[in-house]
Write a protein that binds this ligand. Structure first.
Ligand code: SAM
Length: 259
């Protein structure tokens, strides 16, 4: 790692396991006329592999001390933007790049996993696929099924936009420095057929439904006309005293459409 000391406050845990790097790279289907955005290239472990695809590559790195590692990777198709991915003008950065499909990848800084994903969704880009290394616990939450403890409003929020899948777990020992938590790589694929529902209404419903984990749906939805909700639940043979974590997406969609 040379003289560079990893900065904990920037979530710096650098990948050192070549097999994991290759596996991540192989999960990304980008071709030479596509654009890959990499978030947090660090010392370039993944960046070097990504470059082999010969796609347009745009990397966002906040830490200027990594210049010695990343500047040698710059070429006609590879750009590094030194700045905060959460605040940089991404639309402007890509407006002059001619590309076919967009891919976003990164071994994410874990302290801002959700803000990064929310930012991406807010940008309303047409994204083919995203491949991210995240904390394993977070991967479980993002990809959970109904009736499991990890299923929550974030699961449903992401599912609205993407088909998510956990690809593989990654051991702590694949990083330097070794992090405290286990990791996993997940893939987000563009959802071709989005549910037919008013977005704001649906997102408010799921947020309210999961407000207090231990409460029933009915208690979390005080302030709503629950007789309408009850009618929908009955249609799916679901008891009135159900908790939100037992309710599949299609039922939430049906409820949102009938409020
Ligand atoms: N991709 C490298 C690897 O796999 O070895 C580094 C991954 S490390 C987990 C996360 C990287 O994100 C670090 O290089 C860190 O400096 C960078 N980072 C942290 N916050 C950032 C932000 N807001 N915007 C852009 N990069 C950030």
């Amino acid at each position: 790692m040379g003289k560079m000391k990893a900065k904990k406050n920037l979530g710096q845990n650098f990948l050192i396991d070549k097999n994991v790097i290759t596996k991540i790279n192989n999960s990304i289907g980008a071709k030479s006329d596509d654009l890959i955005i990499e978030i947090g290239p660090g010392m370039g472990a993944l960046t070097k592999e990504l470059k082999i695809k010969n796609a347009h590559l745009l990397c966002y790195e906040i830490d200027n001390d990594l210049k010695n590692y990343l500047e040698p990777l710059i070429d006609s198709k590879t750009k590094i933007i030194w700045g905060d991915f959460l605040t940089c003008d991404i639309l402007k950065a890509i407006e002059n790049i001619k590309y076919h499909n967009l891919y976003i990848v990164g071994n994410l800084p874990y302290y801002i996993t959700t803000p990064i994903i929310k930012r991406i969704i807010d940008l309303k880009l047409d994204i083919e696929e995203m491949v991210f290394m995240v904390q394993d616990e977070v991967a479980e939450r993002f990809t959970a099924q109904p009736k499991s403890k990890d299923y929550g409003s974030i699961t449903l929020f992401l599912k609205y936009y993407f088909e998510l899948e956990k690809l593989f777990k990654v051991s702590k020992n694949s990083f330097n420095p070794v992090p405290k938590v286990e990791s996993a790589v997940i893939i987000f694929k563009k959802r071709i057929k989005k549910p037919n529902v008013i977005e704001d209404k649906y997102f408010k419903l799921i947020k309210d439904s999961f407000k207090y984990k231990r409460k029933t749906l009915k208690n979390n939805l005080n302030g709503y006309d629950f007789s309408k909700v009850k009618e929908i639940l009955r249609k799916y043979n679901i008891e009135e005293n159900v908790r939100a974590e037992e309710i599949p997406e299609e039922v939430f969609i049906d409820i949102a459409n009938n409020l």
